[in-house]
Design a protein around this ligand. Structure first.
Ligand code: ADP
Ligand code: MG
Length: 257
């Protein structure tokens, strides 16, 4: 897998909100089939890095490449913006994001939620999309909830629906931002199982998580962010087994119970 082509590459990324520097030169590569996890204290810049990767946020310096295609920019510093709208659309539709808060549309059934973007944004054939949507709902274990409303589902079921919705885009990579943080422990595990199954089938994923067991079990590479910089990174066994930096050791002992 080290030789697999990169899907997402971020090089020396800098991002500030006004005077607040949130990312101070961060690199990340997710190759095809790889799972990269981002860990670190609250406020270290994990969500910001995901949102920059998905071009939901502007960044001021550094490069972002998607399938080896660099984003083209115009302007510089705080005026820097992506230059090519078609490129942005192409990249966004190939990177599906799953949020902590599920973000299902409450006025649509579960099936309609999963079908919405492929049919209305990507203009795919509705019958084909529906067949695949049902397959994805089965894959995440909620085939029987197709006609239910989001409010009728547990948090774990809603998050699995959100994962089915992300898969229905047929993306080249999935981005997860704390996908289990809003869930009770027993519901967390049903989402963890789905994420592990996706990793096993070779999906390219970047996962922000507070769940160190998930990060350990599912990742090819783990990045520990501290105040907008990579403090330490490596394969999960090394990172969790022999953490080198004092800060990472402190973080791990504070998060393990
Ligand atoms: P994490 O996901 O690691 O908890 P975030 O990326 O959400 O961290 O936030 C990193 C820093 O950026 C924090 O100090 C946060 O307050 C700040 N921040 C995040 N989003 C915004 C925003 N939209 N405007 C201003 N500051 C923000
Ligand atoms: Mg966050």
């Amino acid at each position: 897998m080290p030789d697999a082509p990169p899907v997402i590459e971020i090089r020396d990324l800098h991002k500030a909100y006004g005077p607040l520097e949130v990312l101070k030169g961060v690199d990340l590569t997710a190759r095809q089939g790889q799972v990269v996890s981002l860990i670190g204290s609250s406020g270290s810049g994990k969500s910001t890095l995901l949102r920059c990767a998905n071009l939901l946020e502007d960044s001021q310096k550094g490069d972002i490449l998607f399938c080896e295609e660099p984003i083209t920019w115009r302007g510089s510093g705080h005026a820097r913006r992506p230059a090519d709208a078609a490129q942005i659309t192409r990249i966004r539709t190939n990177l599906s994001m799953v949020f902590q808060s599920f973000n299902l549309w409450s006025h649509l059934t579960i099936l309609q939620n999963v079908m919405e973007a492929p049919v209305h944004v990507m203009r795919r054939d509705p019958a084909e999309v529906e067949a695949r949507a049902r397959d994805y709902l089965a894959k995440v274990g909620i085939a029987d909830k197709a006609d239910a409303w989001p409010a009728q589902l547990s948090g774990g079921q809603q998050q699995r629906a959100a994962i089915a919705r992300a898969l229905a885009m047929e993306p080249k990579a999935l981005l997860f931002d704390e996908p289990t943080s809003a869930l009770d422990p027993e519901l967390e595990q049903e989402v963890v199982r789905v994420i592990k199954a996706l990793a096993d089938e070779g999906r390219t994923m970047v996962i922000v998580t507070h769940d160190m067991k998930l990060a350990h079990d599912v990742s090819d590479h783990v990045i520990f962010l501290h105040k907008g910089l990579i403090e330490e990174e490596g394969p999960p066994d090394a990172l969790f087994g022999q953490p080198k930096s004092e800060r990472l050791r402190g973080f791990l002992s504070a998060t393990s119970h």
